[in-house]
Design a protein around this ligand. Structure first.
Ligand code: ATP
Length: 218
């Protein structure tokens, strides 16, 4: 894996965790914050830590911010600073911008500005937790968009003994099975005649509403 260069602006709980993980994975991270004590705290972990105001485009230029693979705006509370920083980064032509939204409206503004990825950590984590709590079958899930996802779940009883063709998943629910795990083995792109067994784990892709229906099946 190529070593990448990231800049994280705002060293709150989110920014700090992100920096730690990126460094742990072997990447270079520039950390920026207006608060000198936060910069000091991260200095030993980040590749470089700088005390600066990210709303100042001269500062960002001096740090050669456009040379980074991605810049993450992890400023939370100060929504104005988050928006102005994101706007400046987009204007400067930063390759990839990611910003943390504090609430729905903040997220909408960030998306309008053209931020490539807008994350809502508290909301998304709560949704993830709710799905895991309510379901006894979801193991993992990835949201591909607001309407589509890839879920990994335990086979519902009604599908046991059926094959992919007569399971009805594709014609009735628009769901495709990407892989079936049986014990330690995995069959990727299983053929239509593949039989679904009790305790199999299904990795499926489809509309979120259909995935929810599949998850509710007994
Ligand atoms: P978390 O939940 O991650 O702690 P938070 O919502 O509490 O996030 P804040 O503490 O508001 O986030 O912001 C994160 C950091 O961003 C703070 O350390 C703050 O000093 C820094 N920050 C705010 N404005 C700027 C700015 N203009 N330039 C650089 N850093 C900034």
């Amino acid at each position: 894996m190529r070593k990448k260069q990231y800049a994280v602006i705002g060293i709150g709980r989110f920014g700090e965790s992100l920096i730690r993980e990126l460094v742990r994975m072997g990447h270079e991270v520039l950390a920026i914050d207006t608060d000198e004590s936060r910069v000091q705290d991260i200095a030993d972990i980040a590749t470089q830590a700088v005390q600066a105001d990210s709303m100042d485009d001269k500062v960002l230029r001096a740090l050669d911010i456009t040379s980074f693979d991605a810049v993450i705006v992890a400023i939370g509370e100060d929504i104005e600073a988050s928006i102005l920083t994101s706007l400046t980064l987009k204007d400067m032509g930063v390759r990839k911008t990611i910003a943390k939204a504090q609430n729905h409206m903040h997220g909408k503004v960030l998306a309008k500005i053209g931020v490539d990825i807008v994350v809502h950590p508290e909301r998304d984590m709560a949704i993830r937790l709710a799905r895991t709590l309510v379901s006894n079958s979801i193991i993992e899930h990835i949201d591909l968009s607001a309407d589509y996802g890839i879920w990994e779940l335990v086979t519902p009883r009604t599908l046991v003994g059926k094959n992919l063709q007569n399971s009805g998943l594709r014609p009735k629910l628009g769901i495709n099975i990407l892989a079936i795990k049986t014990g330690d083995s995995i069959e990727v792109s299983p053929p239509p005649e593949h039989l679904i067994n009790k305790d199999d784990i299904l990795v499926v892709i489809g509309p979120t509403r259909s995935l929810e229906k599949l998850n509710e099946m007994d």
